[in-house]
Design a protein around this ligand. Structure first.
Ligand code: PRP
Length: 212
């Protein structure tokens, strides 16, 4: 039997994913060791392989078939625009993609001013401002701590993930517009979906049952 390979998003999402997999009998002893720096794990009996990757790389591994299945946030799927099938919403990792900033930026948004938007998600920001709002903006790509941008005057607003809202609150910012809800999704390589259809659909059915 060929290994089915899973690409998991390193960090919190991987932990929640393994919790769910454990409930359907998919365990991976090796992965439980918190001190391990190992990147790939196998379950020989079930013919499964798991590896941990940075979120934005998960859709890449899946598109090229280096992983058959990926577990990744909807934000990353939207941003990366890879060719793959999004087959299931796992319902955890829930948060929202939002336009945020100081309250004073509300007016700039309303009047369609040419503002600067800092974000880790330039494609999502572009799609939202250009295609949905028909507002011309300047998009500035950052790699983290996006909330800094409006505080130090790099941009008027940001497009970022809001989970609890704590980061915004503690930095004097708030949600100005909501773009879309987010959560963890299962994505599948398009060829794997055909070649391994029975195994993959069987697995998805079990996951769905465990989530109910
Ligand atoms: C994310 C996001 C926000 C924060 C939102 O950042 O970019 O900064 O979490 O969560 P909250 O609403 O619960 O405060 P993350 O911690 O992933 O790191 P980053 O700043 O490097 O992107």
């Amino acid at each position: 039997m060929r290994y089915l390979t899973f690409a998991l998003t390193k960090g919190r999402l991987a932990k929640k994913t393994m919790d769910l997999f454990r409930r359907v009998g998919i365990t991976c002893q090796e992965m439980e060791d918190p001190d391990s720096r190992k990147l790939i794990f196998t379950n020989e009996e079930l013919g499964l392989r798991f590896f941990l990757a940075k979120g934005p790389d998960v859709p890449t591994y899946v598109e090229y078939g280096a992983a058959d299945i990926g577990i990744v946030g909807k934000d990353t799927i939207m941003e990366e625009q890879r060719k793959l099938y999004e087959v299931m919403d796992l319902g955890f990792g829930k948060c929202r993609m939002c336009v945020c900033g100081p309250a004073s930026a509300q007016e700039l948004l309303r009047h369609q001013e040419l503002i600067r938007v800092a974000t880790k998600y330039p494609n999502i920001a572009k799609d939202y401002f250009y295609n949905k709002k028909h507002q011309t903006v300047e998009i500035i790509k950052l790699n983290g701590s996006i909330e800094l941008a409006p505080i130090v005057g790099l941009s008027e607003v940001i497009v970022d993930i809001v989970e609890t809202g704590t980061t915004l609150r503690e930095n004097g910012l708030s949600v100005l517009e909501e773009i879309c809800p987010l959560s963890a999704r299962v994505v599948v390589n398009q060829v794997s979906m055909r070649m391994e259809n029975e195994r993959i659909t069987g697995l998805l059915k079990e996951l769905k049952k465990a989530l109910e």
